[in-house]
Design a protein around this ligand. Structure first.
Ligand code: CTP
Ligand code: CA
Length: 227
């Protein structure tokens, strides 16, 4: 980290970070999930704490060491994460949704383990939409001037899709990671770009998740100080 990151520019601020990936249960032993490790969210929590913030980390199914000096709340499903985000956001200066939230969850939950039932073909799994937490907190803004940021991975038309998603969600900042196709960014060195609602674009070169986290906190701190 550069010297700027050691400045306690988030002192007196409460920031909320979600990390990991939600799991949507089918029965007591099975779930629909994703491969998010939570490392980016944990890096955001650590760097914010290092910059003086009070940090609430909402961890969905992570298996990482607890960051020091951070309030950790564990959640499982998207619905549980929504509850935890709304509660923590009530007095937050900034909320960063780094968690991979399942878009859908099974309609039915079997209270007992689902059995094969002989040679019978399996029943299809019916899904329903989960709440869009980022869109909801962006629309609500529990506190005036509260900053809201999200993450998105895009494969095609990265910037155009990122811009459209930023507008759709109504958040202030969206970190767009390019996955797959590289040439859309023009330069292969840029691993991500932070799109802001004010039209600015901040490229983030390939590097550790802490560096991306510090770039995002730079943008957040500047906007909080200006507001
Ligand atoms: N997100 C959320 N609630 C959801 C889904 C996503 O809060 N139900 C947040 C994620 O935490 C992330 C951002 O929204 O910060 C973007 O997630 P992404 O999956 O890229 O957006 P979607 O609107 O689900 O679009 P897509 O159809 O591309 O998956
Ligand atoms: Ca999604």
């Amino acid at each position: 980290r550069g010297p700027a990151a050691t400045v306690p520019d988030l002192a007196g601020r409460h920031v909320v970070v979600s990390a990991g990936g939600t799991r949507e249960p089918l029965d007591p032993v099975r779930f629909l999930g994703n491969r998010s490790s939570g490392k980016q969210g944990y890096a955001l929590a650590r760097t914010a704490a290092a910059r003086g913030a009070r940090v609430t980390l909402l961890a969905a199914n992570t298996d990482l060491p607890d960051p020091a000096g951070v309030d950790l709340v564990r959640v499982g499903t998207a619905v549980q994460l929504r509850e935890a985000v709304l509660k923590a956001a009530a007095d937050a200066d900034a909320v960063v949704m780094a968690a991979a939230v399942a878009d859908f969850r099974p309609v039915d939950y079997a209270t007992g383990k689902i059995k094969k039932q002989g040679d019978r073909e399996p029943d299809p799994v019916r899904l329903t939409r989960n709440p869009d937490i980022l869109a909801e907190i962006s629309a609500t803004r529990a506190r005036p001037g509260q900053l809201v940021a999200g993450f998105a991975a895009e494969t095609d038309d990265v910037l155009a899709n990122g811009r459209a998603k930023l507008a759709r969600k109504g958040c202030d900042l969206l970190v767009v990671n390019e996955v797959g196709e590289r040439k859309t960014f023009g330069s292969a060195e840029n691993e991500a770009v932070v799109l802001a609602a004010d039209g600015t674009e901040t490229p983030v070169p390939y590097g550790p998740k802490e560096a991306l986290a510090d770039t995002l906190w730079d943008l957040v701190a500047r906007r909080l100080d200006a507001g």
